[in-house]
Design a protein around this ligand. Structure first.
Ligand SMILES: [Zn+2]
Length: 102
C-alpha cells in the first residue's frame, strides 16, 4: 500500500489504483500525467508564439515576394516605413547622445 496511489475519479467517483486514466469512465486522473500534459501544452504554445513573432518580423519581406502585385507594393511600403522609423530612431538616439555629451 505504501507505494500505491489511490486516486478517486473526479468524474464518476470510482477509486483507481496506480492508474493514469479512470478504469470506469476513462477520465484522466493522474496528477503527474496532468502536469506533464500541461507542461507540454505550455511548451508548444511558447514555440508557436515564437514562430509567430519571427513570421511577424519577416512580414514585409514575405509580402515583397508575394505573387500578388498589390501585396508586393504593400510589402515595399511596410518595409519603407519600417526603414524610416529605424532611421528616425537611430537619429533620435544620436541626438540624445549628443545632448547628453553636452
Ligand atoms: Zn471515472
Amino acid at each position: 500500500m505504501a507505494n500505491k496511489s489511490y486516486i478517486k475519479c473526479p468524474n464518476c467517483g470510482v477509486f483507481n489504483t496506480d492508474k493514469e486514466y479512470c478504469e470506469n469512465c476513462g477520465e484522466l486522473i493522474s496528477y503527474k500525467k496532468k502536469q506533464e500534459l500541461r507542461a507540454q501544452k505550455v511548451k508548444e504554445e511558447e514555440l508557436s508564439d515564437a514562430i509567430k513573432d519571427i513570421e511577424n518580423l519577416n512580414l514585409p519581406q514575405r509580402l515583397k515576394k508575394h505573387s500578388n502585385f498589390f501585396v508586393r507594393i504593400l510589402g515595399w511600403i511596410l518595409y519603407s516605413v519600417w526603414f524610416v522609423v529605424s532611421l528616425i530612431g537611430a537619429f533620435l538616439a544620436w541626438v540624445i547622445a549628443m545632448i547628453a555629451a553636452g
